[in-house]
Design a protein around this ligand. Structure first.
Ligand code: SAM
Length: 273
């Protein structure tokens, strides 16, 4: 006899409400993953029916993640902290680094229990990577977590990834202050990769509708103007081309460079000495 309803897969823990859509699972669905429920798929398809490009933006964001991680590794980063890392699909940070032949340590952290369970499963045999459950709104708690500390030495440079995360943090969480707090905890030479959905260019009625749709998830979306996103990166020196729509951030041959207002804007910055 099991305490779990028999039809739920073993990666579903008791603290998950399968009736409330989760952005981690919707994003997993958009990327072709299989760790999602019908409520997630319905909301994703509703969004695609309304805005045909909306799910494609997950791919352009993921491609930005790949290029940003590659860039950080090329600059010599060997420690990566991926906050809001998501349910592992194709092209996870430790796989990008392994493909590059970089010997690095990686910590994934997410608020979503399935993201953490699935990350732990694929990392089970990798002593240099781990996943912990954590809330980006409690940044000090994350940085001081003993499991994070075991893997990451904050007295040396660290690459911190905040990719497609900040637009799930409400204004009350003050993401700008959170990034400033993070900057203060990082050693000079550390790098930050950020992508964020922006309100710029969205027709007002569509924006209101998208925000309303996002309220059905456990982490409603908060798009912000580019000026506000840019202000969050204060104190970091942005590498060229600065803060741009992610398909246009250092595209590589074969990458889709067509940008639309669904894409996040992204940048990579370095904490100066
Ligand atoms: N970073 C990955 C990427 O770009 O491919 C995944 C992005 S996914 C759109 C956003 C992730 O942020 C989800 O997995 C979600 O659970 C996570 N998230 C949302 N709010 C969070 C919070 N307060 N703390 C940590 N993770 C959070």
């Amino acid at each position: 006899i099991t305490s779990k309803p028999p039809l739920l897969p073993d990666w579903v823990s008791d603290d998950i409400d399968p009736k409330v859509p989760s952005i981690a699972r919707i994003y997993d669905y958009a990327l072709g993953g299989s760790h999602n429920f019908s409520v997630d798929r319905e909301l994703a398809e509703k969004s695609r029916a309304r805005w045909p490009h909306s799910l494609h933006s997950a791919w352009t964001n993921r491609a930005f993640l790949r290029r940003a991680v590659t860039f950080c590794a090329e600059q010599g980063m060997t420690q990566f902290l991926d906050i809001g890392s998501g349910i592992p699909t194709a092209g996870n940070v430790h796989e990008i680094l392994a493909d590059l032949g970089v010997d690095a340590r990686v910590v994934y952290t997410d608020i979503d229990p399935i993201a953490v369970v699935m990350s732990r499963r694929i990392l089970a045999d990798l002593p240099w990577a781990t996943a912990i459950r954590g809330d980006a709104r409690n940044l000090d708690g994350l940085v001081d977590d003993p499991d994070v500390r075991q893997m990451i030495d904050f007295s040396a440079p660290v690459a911190v990834l905040l990719v497609a995360l900040l637009h799930y943090l409400p204004d009350s969480a003050d993401p700008r202050r959170m990034i400033a707090q993070l900057r203060d905890r990082l050693a000079p030479g550390s790098m930050i990769a950020v992508s964020h959905m922006t309100t710029d260019e969205w027709p007002a009625p569509d924006l209101a509708e998208a925000i309303e749709m996002g309220k059905r998830t456990s982490t409603p979306i908060v798009m912000r103007p580019i000026t506000e996103i840019s202000a969050m990166l204060e104190g970091f020196e942005l590498v060229a081309p600065g803060l741009v729509r992610v398909p246009q951030w250092r595209p590589e041959p074969g990458d889709d460079t067509t940008a639309s207002y669904f894409d996040t804007v992204g940048a990579v910055g370095i904490k100066p000495a």
